[in-house]
Design a protein around this ligand. Structure first.
Ligand code: FAD
Length: 472
């Protein structure tokens, strides 16, 4: 049973206005939750299908997201293949179609008794759901399965800091974490005879390595060492819990150690549920659990809160808090030691080996260690021609190259570098009262030179300690 607070009827047609003709199936438009296991929207749709004695059809719409790279699509599609196989084995239909999400869902819904969808706070997804809510003739139900604490419970307003969000959600986390995991549903009526069309060629859409999309585009260099899909996510989670969770709090800020879970890309594509991850970590418990739950639930869901309440400008300068915008604008005329363009940053062509290493790690593997992500964003601010340009560069590069990018965590992470969810600090040139970082600070925290050597072009050739990505 899915908690009612995760369920929202988007067009008020609670029990379906199936008027024109008998329905052939219940439709689940899978978008944020690319998995068969522990998927509340899928489970809800399967329950409704059983109630109506109908089969369940899952539809995934492959949409061309402007920033995403072909390598990221390949990775997502490999994960989805595994999901489609599990669903088909359980008697659930799975159709993948490439096109506009609204038109494609509307076309599929012609034969549906009702349509179920995921909750995602990303702008394109909110706009698509709004359009569908006004045009669908059948009931349209959203299920919030991507957060531990349902958004409807967590907060009804934009939260200003982790502290306020933590206070609101503290009791609820344990409550939701105690819910049992959801297996792959097996609807009573199999979808095997449905024969619903699927663009099978979609699976191979991004297999060829495309030429650069623009001068300076480095997406052809991307190779991800992470294996995609639920099974791979589960193995990684289990290995993290067995080997790293206990020391998470002390190791997580050292980019030369493999001390974090590395699950963000799986969470971004919904290949594993955050509740599943939390449950497993909680069962293990130990000294690292509280710090891990803080990142996985409080920080991640605070990011979703920001994006939810700033849906039209979470990725633009205007989405930043007024105090930090004013502080940065006041400091905009300060002399900068360096002034790079977006092309310079994209090419890892700054004077700073640590920054260049972080950018190389991002381009080649699709991620940067969290500690270096903060430095990467702060130094964009220090060395761009203006704070606005720095912000736009940060959003652009993170969306383009991060495998876990185009995500509330990414938009919020960049905005954090410019003051979001933080407080004013003593004033400094260029940063104003926004918190600053320095290379000397990195060197005090960890072996920054080892990190730089590992991710420099030379380090990659020599196969240094942290292996650059290979594979997908
Ligand atoms: C400039 C900048 C850009 C960022 N871009 C992204 C991005 O595109 N996608 C992304 O998922 N995260 C982003 N983050 C947040 C954070 O760096 C990553 O979530 C984390 O490094 C992922 O590694 P992990 O899975 O090993 O994390 P772990 O330390 O194992 O944490 C577990 C999970 O908690 C969540 N989490 C951890 N740190 C944060 C955080 N600071 N804010 C919100 N959630 C967090 C993630 O879902 C993560 O997978 C960004 C941070 C900054 C400063």
């Amino acid at each position: 049973m899915i908690e009612p607070e995760r369920i929202r009827h988007l067009n008020g047609n609670d029990d379906g206005l199936v008027a024109q003709k008998p329905a052939a199936f219940v439709l689940y438009w899978m978008q944020a939750a690319g998995r068969a296991v522990d998927n509340p929207a899928l489970w809800y749709a399967a329950t409704r299908a059983d109630e109506q004695r109908l089969p369940l059809l899952v539809l995934f719409v492959l949409t061309d997201y402007p920033a995403a790279t072909a390598a990221q699509y390949r990775w997502m599609l490999h994960g989805l293949r595994e999901c489609a196989a599990s669903l088909r084995e359980a008697g659930v239909g799975f159709s993948i179609r490439r096109g506009d999400p609204v038109d494609t869902v509307l076309a599929a819904a012609k034969d549906a008794a009702l349509v179920v969808c995921d909750r995602s706070p990303a702008r394109w997804s909110v706009l698509a759901r709004n359009a569908l809510a006004s045009r669908l003739r059948v009931s349209f139900v959203e299920v919030d399965g991507e957060s531990v604490v349902p958004e409807a419970v967590a907060s009804h307003k934009q939260e200003w800091s982790a502290r306020t969000f933590r206070m609101r959600t503290a009791g609820a986390i344990a409550l939701y974490a105690s819910r049992l995991s959801l297996a792959v549903p097996t609807p009573k009526k199999s979808a095997h005879s449905l024969g619903y069309p699927s663009d099978e060629e979609s699976w191979a859409s991004y297999d060829a390595t495309p030429p650069p999309a623009y001068p300076g585009d480095r997406s052809p260099e991307q190779r991800f060492s992470l294996r995609p899909g639920y099974q791979a996510a589960r193995e990684r989670l289990e290995s993290f819990i067995a080997n790293n969770l206990d020391a998470y709090d002390s190791d997580r800020n050292d980019p030369c150690k493999d001390g974090t879970s590395g699950l963000s890309a799986y969470l971004h594509f919904g290949q594993i549920s955050s509740l599943d991850v939390l449950r497993a970590a909680r069962l293990h418990g130990g000294p690292g659990y509280p710090a891990y739950a803080e990142q996985l639930v409080v920080r991640r869901e605070l990011a979703r809160n920001f994006v939810r309440f700033r849906v039209m400008d979470y990725d633009s300068w205007e989405g930043l808090p007024a105090w930090s915008r004013e502080a940065l604008e006041r400091a905009a005329g300060d002399r900068r030691a360096y002034a790079y363009t977006r092309d310079d940053f994209e090419a890892s062509a700054t004077h700073d080996p640590y920054w260049n290493a972080a950018q190389e790690q991002l381009v080649r593997t699709g991620t940067i260690h969290n500690y270096m992500r903060m430095y990467w964003g702060k130094m964009l601010l220090a060395w761009s021609r203006s704070p606005r340009e720095a912000f736009d560069t940060g959003v652009y590069l993170n969306d383009r190259y991060a495998l876990d990018g185009r995500d509330p965590n990414g938009w919020t992470g960049v905005a954090w570098c410019f003051g979001l969810h933080d407080r004013p600090w003593p004033s400094r040139p260029v940063f104003g009262t926004v918190r600053s970082m320095t290379a000397a600070g990195l060197r005090r925290k960890f072996d920054a030179d080892l990190y730089a050597e590992t991710w420099s072009a030379r380090g990659a050739r020599a196969g240094a300690a942290i292996q650059p990505g290979l594979g997908f």
